[in-house]
Ligand binder design. Structure first.
Ligand code: HXH
Length: 359
């Protein structure tokens, strides 16, 4: 058979087009709509991960389908990153930032100054005595400059101070080693150091129980005082470790409105919805139909509220990927399995997922 040149060309063109269209079809099939796509006109949707998540290609694909922001669950905390005065451990944090940059995801840094997961050496001298305020603040400054400086331009927001406000009635700030040694100055100083290290980064004060009216007022007071003193605190993180019963729509809305009245933005930084409302071992250990229904309703209310306040809410981050494993397994009750997230143990979307994307 003899083909003229134009026919040859059209045949090639046809094959080429077929190839392109099947490639597109395959692409579409492999990138179905994820959580982040439903919220593209609202705010980024993030998730806290460990570096191990990135070692498995199915998990990587799942992360890219649903999320457009990452947080290190532990890998950027003071103790893992800075285990000894002269030693930094960057492996885990670097892997998370690199994966995010390769795939166009945002990164929220967590966290620079916290009373937990801080290394012992930070607070003590070589004789085992507590250090003085100047020494501790110098160590904090060095730490913050190293970490924030390393990821400058790649981490867009930092939880600078985590959980400094007390839960105790009649106590304003938590009596941590930071507070014992420095008084309340460590808070303002942490923000100043972070701002020096990366003037572009959005700096957060982050806490839990932020909807409790008593704690809410303390956090509000702290933020107001810092802002009036021109301390570079730009936003507040509501952790969002909630449950199927808490908070109510009204409490959540009042908290958002009170923080927003300071003229600052808000993110939900560590979202999960525990299926338990007490610290007891359940009689039936599985995820009951009632828990499932209450969780679906709670998630619907939460995201309805987030969307309503989209003008001040600049991000929502889940604290872990799926019910396969979360920090709430074994915490605060040893041996108790929780089901706090939108995806089940096989990474399938739960009923609650439908209530978050069905609007
Ligand atoms: C968060 N704290 C941290 O910000 C995050 O870095 C960590 O990975 C997980 C959760 C939440 C938290 C706050 C107080 C707390 C426990 C967790 O204290 C309790 C102790 C006993 C019982 C209940 C709370």
């Amino acid at each position: 058979m003899y083909f003229s040149y134009p026919m040859m060309r059209s045949k090639y063109l046809f094959v080429a087009m077929l190839t392109i269209s099947t490639t597109f079809a395959a692409y579409a099939q492999h990138s179905p709509k994820g959580l982040k796509d439903h919220y593209k006109d609202y705010f980024p949707i993030g998730v806290a991960i460990t570096p191990r998540h990135l070692q498995d290609s199915a998990t990587r694909a799942f992360l890219l389908q649903h999320f457009n922001s990452l947080t290190a669950e532990n890998a950027m905390k003071m103790e893992p990153v800075h285990p000894e005065a002269d030693r930094y451990q960057w492996g885990g944090a670097d892997a998370i930032v690199q994966f995010a940059m390769e795939n166009g995801l945002k990164v929220r840094g967590h966290t620079l100054c916290w009373h937990n997961q801080a290394p012992k050496w930070m607070f003590y001298d070589e004789k085992g005595q507590l250090v003085g305020k100047d020494t501790l603040l110098n160590r904090l400054r060095t730490h913050i400059h190293e970490v924030v400086g390393r990821y400058k331009g790649r981490i867009y927001a930092w939880d600078v101070v985590n959980e400094a406000v007390s839960d105790g009635r009649g106590e304003f700030l938590r009596n941590s080693l930071w507070y014992k040694i420095c008084g309340e100055d460590f808070i303002a100083q942490a923000f100043r150091y972070a701002h020096e290290a990366d003037p572009e980064a959005v700096l957060f004060y982050n806490d839990y129980n932020t909807e409790d009216p008593v704690k809410r007022d303390k956090i509000y007071r702290l933020l107001k005082k810092l802002r009036e003193a021109n301390v570079p605190v730009h936003a507040v993180g509501l952790q969002g470790h909630w449950s199927i019963k808490d908070p109510s729509r009204e409490r959540l809305a009042s908290a958002i409105e009170q923080y927003a009245s300071l003229g600052i933005n808000i993110q939900i930084t560590e979202l999960d919805v525990s299926v338990f409302t007490n610290n007891k071992m359940p009689e039936k250990p599985d995820f009951t139909a009632e828990q499932q229904m209450l969780q679906e309703h709670q998630y619907r209310m939460l995201f309805d509220t987030f969307r309503k306040y989209r003008h001040v809410i600049t991000g929502v981050t889940f604290w872990n990927v799926s019910d396969r494993s979360s920090w709430l397994d074994n915490f605060p009750v040893k041996g108790r399995k929780n089901y706090p997230l939108l995806f089940d143990e096989t990474l399938q979307p739960k009923k609650a997922y439908g209530s978050v994307v069905g609007f």
